[in-house]
Design a protein around this ligand. Structure first.
Ligand SMILES: [Zn+2]
Ligand SMILES: [Zn+2]
Length: 334
């Protein structure tokens, strides 16, 4: 079978590989869609401390179980299920978390074997009728977005700012609406990407410069109830704190580059305005199931966010489309 295997930063190869075989307690899946995201672009360029190459990449996986033909979606982040955090129900911050496409071969392949520990945490979801494989593969990033918005308490009546108009930013806009947000503003410094995203997700306003000033203006000086930073930008995080309303919540949804993770913020804004700053680290199996349900019910539409469908040998083109911001969501069809 064909796979896309990561060997070193900048070195991702399309190779022939033997079909993997499922061991006891494992599941072999014929991959129908494995979507790409910013993380794949980051791995391709810099590698990842959890990836010991060579490794088949791809973590947004949907396909058919070999043998039964069941249509399924697979989680990416695998909590251990037994550590103190997992036992407290905090599965997204399991310190022993592993991931498909990192610790195990992923979905940029015709077949993938799902490890037993994924099944042990209910990490394989049945794709509801009427939901395509490409949409189902987007349940994984949507699950991460769901985790972020539940931690940030996005709810009815909120004015929400989403910083970053990539695929994750688009999902944030859609989910915020589904959760009853009153207005959603979308910010990006890349005007082309912002226009492409806005044409799809129709925010109440777009902002491509002076984000703090514009948000204050749009909210009559009040600021935003929730600000979500879906971009690897310390500057955006600093701005977010300055544009948050009193008792506002700020979600540091995207991580910063490993070598530049320190920002400066006015602690008195946090203190006097009673701000809450929350992180977000992936998603739990339950978030994946909930994301699939939201897609199936039409509460969060994702099909139109899939702008490109490419065969496996064009994975590198897909990653390039993602990193240059020329696509919203690129899905690979092995
Ligand atoms: Zn992803
Ligand atoms: Zn754990």
């Amino acid at each position: 079978m064909k796979v896309a295997r990561f060997h070193a930063p900048g070195d991702l190869r399309i190779e022939d590989a033997p079909e993997p075989q499922a061991g006891p307690g494992e599941l072999k899946i014929r991959v129908r869609n494995c979507s790409t995201c910013g993380t794949d672009a980051k791995i391709f360029r810099y590698g990842h401390h959890h990836i010991r190459p060579p490794r088949v990449m791809g973590h947004e996986i949907a396909g058919e179980v070999v043998g039964t033909g069941a249509r399924v979606q697979v989680i990416a982040a695998i909590p251990c299920g037994t550590c103190p955090e997992c036992r407290r129900g905090r599965l997204t911050v399991c310190p022993r978390q592993e991931s498909m496409g990192y610790h195990y071969d992923g979905g940029f392949a015709e077949y993938v074997v799902v490890p037993a520990k994924v099944l042990a945490v209910n990490g394989v979801n049945t794709v509801p009728d009427g939901v395509g494989f490409a949409e189902a593969s987007v349940a994984e990033p949507l699950a991460c977005v769901l985790n972020g918005q539940s931690l940030a308490g996005v709810g009815p009546g909120d004015d929400v700012v989403v910083m970053g108009a990539g695929p994750i930013g688009c999902l944030h806009v859609r989910l915020a609406r589904a959760r009853g947000a009153s207005r959603v503003f979308l910010v990006d410094v890349n005007a082309d990407r912002l226009a492409m995203a806005a044409a799809l997700v129709r925010p109440d306003a777009v902002i491509d410069s002076d984000a703090v000033g514009q948000v204050l203006k749009l909210t009559g000086g009040r600021g935003a109830d929730v600000v979500i930073i879906a971009a690897a930008s310390g500057a955006a995080q600093e701005q977010a704190v300055r544009m948050a309303a009193r008792q506002g919540r700020v979600s540091f949804f995207g991580g910063l580059p490993k070598d530049d993770p320190v920002i400066a913020l006015d602690a008195n804004l946090v203190h006097y305005r009673e701000l809450t700053i929350v992180g977000a680290n992936g998603s739990s199996p339950a978030h994946n199931a909930e994301a699939l349900r939201l897609v199936a019910e039409g509460a969060v539409v994702v099909s139109d966010l899939i702008t490109h469908r490419l065969p496996l040998p064009r994975v590198l083109d897909g990653i390039d489309l993602v990193s240059t911001g020329k696509a919203i969501k690129v899905t690979i069809e092995p």
